[in-house]
Design a protein around this ligand. Structure first.
Ligand code: AMP
Length: 135
């Protein structure tokens, strides 16, 4: 896997505004925030994204994201928090080192834009449920 800017941040080779660190994860400010305080959480052990990371790594990153989200809401007086990940280019991933975005949201700021929605044709929802079923 190609080296990324997040490898360098985790190794301390380039500066970042780190707000939390433990044995498995690091959280630092995103340099182009949706809202100021927008934070990225990464594992210390590199992997590409949620599709290839060990489940334990994913769990640790999301546990840290929850801690950051809870603290962020209180510290910034945010009204809500988005927690999301982009996985592969089709989903908007640009840095190929697993990371989760934690973004403060405010009732009176630019509103959160929900994605547009598709509509299921008759019977199509059942077909998708069957394709996706893991039962
Ligand atoms: P994604 O589209 O999910 O891959 O998002 C990558 C994010 O990394 C973007 O929001 C960038 O602003 C952020 N980013 C890239 N380089 C840095 C850096 N050196 N320090 C902080 N954030 C960065």
């Amino acid at each position: 896997m190609e080296e990324t800017v997040f490898d360098k941040i985790v190794r301390g080779e380039i500066p970042a505004h780190i707000i939390y660190e433990d044995d498995a994860t690091v959280a630092f400010l995103d340099m182009t925030p949706v809202h100021k305080g927008h934070t990225l959480v990464v594992p210390k052990a590199r992997c590409r994204n949620i599709l290839d990371c060990p489940s334990e790594t994913v769990g640790r990153v999301y546990q840290t994201a929850q801690k950051v989200a809870q603290h962020m809401k209180q510290a910034l007086g945010a009204d809500g928090v988005n927690v999301h990940g982009n996985n592969e280019p089709a989903a908007g991933q640009e840095v190929f080192y697993f990371h989760v975005h934690v973004i403060p949201r405010y009732e009176n700021a630019q509103p959160f834009q929900k994605p547009t929605h598709e509509v299921y044709a008759d019977g199509e929802m059942k077909a998708f449920a069957e394709k996706l079923s893991m039962k």
